[in-house]
Ligand binder design. Sequence first.
Ligand code: R5P
Length: 297
Amino acid sequence: MRPLLAAWPGQERLAESLGRELEAERLSFTMRRFPDGETYLRVDGDVQGRPVAVLCTLRDPDPLFLPLAFLAATLRDLGATSVGLVAPYLAYMRQDRRFRPGEAVTSTGFARLLSATFDWLATVDPHLHRHGSLAEIYGVPAAAVEAAPLLADWIRANVADPLVVGPDAESLQWVGSIARAVPCPYVVLEKIRRGDANVSVSELPPGAASAGRTPVLVDDIVSTAGTMIEAARRCRERGLAAPVCLAVHAVFAPGAYEGLRAAGAARVVTTNTIPHASNGIDVAAPLAAAAGRMLRA
Ligand code: R5P
């Protein structure tokens, strides 16, 4: 029996290609707010005996979570055999330890909530830093697609003589594999974060500047863009060409995209895990493959 795909409003473009790849039938639902702010939800189709994948990227997760939980519960009540979540961007992965006494470790808290709500999860490049894998914190099967091969393909097709630049130690995991796949040299800088929008990044090593290459800054997430802006500044002060900025997840806090363009980025390109004007790399095929494996299991 063909699976059903229920796409969150605003995510129709990715839903179209994902639906095609999954050979899924689209399932629509109606959702609105009552005047007092509570959620009204109605599933507009027969889900009895069918597996359902819900597509919802988790940028701005707080207002999304409760309606998502209602949708998953309703699908089960109506007879769906399983309800999985395709979250191209998985939120709450960065607060992965208690940095100061009393802080909430929201990565594990959110993982518990999602694991209690869905039967499986498929996502793209979750921010795994101090957690080694999603299995450490998620209690349901969880697949993480790597965007690195897609980013490498994009660089190969669009940038002559690239130098891949990772802005911090965490980026080494994807920067190294991207540079090997292109192939091209890479450097990884060091970052010190002092606050949400206050970061500094170390200088480029002297050898990097003499190579005459176009710097390609690569990060998993751009949020305030402070990290990319600082790395771009480091490239400029070494007299390198205007950098190309690549990121997997276009989180972009208000004003961040404009700030990055104003900081001298030659291009800003992201994957379509979060709908944004900078989307230029399509994750639908590998994401559908991962979701398909979950649906079949
Ligand atoms: C950090 O841990 C991530 O890999 C990104 O470097 C970070 O989320 C970027 O944040 P921002 O754009 O706010 O500097």
